[in-house]
Write a protein that binds this ligand. Sequence first.
Ligand code: KG4
Ligand code: ZN
Length: 346
Amino acid sequence: ATFLRILGIETSCDETAASVVVRHADGRGEILSDVVLSQLEEHSAFGGVVPEIAARAHVEALDGLIEEALERADVSLAEIDAVAATSGPGLIGGLLVGLMTGKAIARAAGKPLYAVNHLEGHALTARLTDGLPFPYLMLLVSGGHTQLVLVNGVGEYERWGTTIDDALGEAFDKTAKLLGLPYPGGPAVERTALHGDADRFKLPRPLVGEARLDFSFSGLKTAVRQAATDIAPLDDQDVADICASFQKAISGTLKDRIGRGLARFRDQFSGLDTEPALVVAGGVAANQEIRRTLQALCLEYGFRFVAPPMRLCTDNAAMIAWAGLERMAAELPADPLDVQPRSRWP
Ligand code: KG4
Ligand code: ZN
């Protein structure tokens, strides 16, 4: 065929998503449909994602979303070349729903199945949106993950750094909860920080100065709790000042950690004839202060800064579909129908 079309399914957390993506003969990707149903409302009363509620919501929504994705793309199941479904890492109930559905469709339609690592989906998105060549660095900052990854090729990833405790989005969410701000915490903290004094509280910047490229954010959360306790009861200005100080500490931490990563990439790939690039992904990439920090870093180190549109930075099925297409194009094998979901899958 001159082009490949694939159906992608994503159910690893609290977004139910289905998408049809095409890969043209010249390697260019095109999203034909991309349907995402967020379960935010189901979970907001609990201040976080409840696995059992998530799994049930996926069951209820997925079939309809797949139909809608096929309809919008104007393709039938007979016309797609393969099915790609997230098989980990994530919440096991949701993974089971998506992977079983993918298997059933693959079996019924007689198409190959690609069981995709959710992180690989995030890692390859910049090739779908920007046609980025290998190798490049990717920073994934979401509610569940904080990783700096060297993306060397399809299936060739090196994790250079990860969090040793909380994910960055998790730190935002926990800090928001502590301060009585709504869930999800990231957008609330960012909004509140706009009116705050970032220099009022000196918050810790764990691991800064260390040669390893890991992250740590739980100490920051503890320090926020301490600061809040010390000055309680908090008025609106106190909360804003804490939020601003919190974001400043995070920016400072990222500057050091990612700066080291960029320097290491430059050393390792000094002979590269393409411009080195840093890609961001994950919900936290929506944060304007964090974006500005990363952008400035890239400028300083001579990197291209690639931020895919927010809709493709957060969880979606187009990235899963695309990861399947990349594997097909690289002639990597499909998965057997007895492939199992993996809640942990580095
Ligand atoms: O990638 P994502 O949508 O989903 C999963 O992690 O599954 O990321 C969600 C995370 C949440 O922790 C949320 O608080 C955070 O991204 N987030 C933000 C912002 N918008 C979302 N964090 C900081 N600033 C934001 N503007
Ligand atoms: Zn994700």
